[in-house]
Design a protein around this ligand. Structure first.
Ligand code: P6P
Length: 337
């Protein structure tokens, strides 16, 4: 008996987005924005995978790959229905020229962890999408950047993560995985190199409620405050189970987060004596990742409050980040009271 291969079981990202649009979860403009982001991520994936071949490694190489990924993501967004974009690479938000512009506000980090490129360690692009904001676009300066009159746009880009409509990342690793939430759970799509499409590989991902993996750069241990040191010391205590936590840290937020999303545990980038607010950016690193974490049943905290409740006051604002399994983040918060 010939087994019927269920060719209709494969769902591409494009097909999934169209289904969400048909179901009224997202509108046509947002579908276009998300499609253009996924297209840009495919381009970045090939850039990253060929970095050492096309001489994009080493300091100058890293600068080039950073520049090229930024241009690729920005230009792809330009062709989308985006109104304003704010990126780690731009000092101020950039307005998309009138002819292309839609209304959505997209914040992104084109290539997080890019210092890992030379060693071919996982890197990633992170994005978040906020609701349209018409009057904001009216203030845009002639050169498409937000001049002083455009301060309201800055304010409108600086929205709390609780306003996010969609968030996601693309991880460039042993496989290229596009993870997205539009507020209805977390979905993962793996790039099939055979035909260059992202195909649905995991749906409604749930972070394990607890996990004995902690992901911190302990090189900063001496700079941390005593309550945090006590928390880390206690994780190493084998305790009655006889098994301490395991440490896993690759120095790339997207790779460390994706492992935490699937295996459970906690990733942390604390404040320390040198960096009063830690290192990671609220708008285009911590908030999008926290939206994903919460949609998967986990938590994202600055140690005292929900990341998604923080009202950004500056585009490149930094905050401490503790993110992952609900029970692990809550345990950490108790130590920091
Ligand atoms: P450190 C990469 O530069 C990054 O922004 C995150 O991707 C990563 O988790 C963190 O910084 C690594 O920082 O200080 O441990 O090298």
């Amino acid at each position: 008996e010939i087994k019927k291969k269920n060719t209709f079981g494969i769902q591409t990202l494009t097909g999934w987005l169209l289904k969400q649009e048909q179901a009224g979860v997202i509108d046509a403009e947002l579908t276009i924005v998300l499609s253009s982001i996924s297209m840009a991520c495919k381009q970045i994936a090939s850039l990253v995978q060929r970095a050492s071949i096309s001489n994009l490694t080493g300091v100058q190489g890293a600068v080039n790959v950073q520049g090229r990924t930024r241009r690729s993501l920005t230009s792809s967004l330009m062709s989308g229905r985006t109104g304003i974009i704010a990126s780690e690479e731009e000092d101020v938000p950039v307005a998309v020229e009138e002819s292309y512009s839609g209304n959505y506000i997209v914040v992104f980090d084109p290539l997080d962890g890019s210092s890992n490129i030379d060693a071919a360690v996982s890197t990633g692009s992170i994005f978040g999408i906020y609701s349209p904001n018409d009057e904001c676009l009216a203030d845009i300066g002639d050169d498409n950047t937000l001049d002083n009159a455009g301060q309201r746009c800055i304010v409108n880009v600086c929205q709390p993560g609780s306003n996010l409509l969609a968030a996601g990342y693309c991880m460039y690793s042993s496989s290229v995985i596009f993870v997205i939430t539009i507020g209805t759970g977390v979905f993962a799509f793996t790039l099939d190199p055979m035909y260059g499409e992202f195909v649905l590989t995991q749906q409604n991902i749930q972070i394990p409620k607890a996990g004995k993996i902690y992901s911190f750069n302990e090189g900063n241990y001496q700079l941390w405050d005593d309550k945090l040191k006590k928390y880390i010391d206690d994780l190493k205590d084998p305790g009655p189970s006889g098994k301490p936590y395991s440490a896993r840290y690759i120095g790339s937020l997207v790779g460390d987060f994706h492992r935490t999303l699937l295996y459970g545990g906690i990733y942390g980038y604390p404040r320390d004596k040198k960096s009063k607010n830690g290192k990671l950016r609220l708008l285009y690193e911590c908030a999008p990742m926290s939206f994903i974490a919460e949609q998967a049943g986990g938590k994202g905290s600055d140690g005292h409050q929900r990341i998604l409740d923080i009202q950004p006051v500056e585009i490149h604002q930094r905050v401490p980040l503790y993110i992952g399994s609900q029970e692990e983040v809550e345990k950490l918060e108790k130590y920091l009271v």
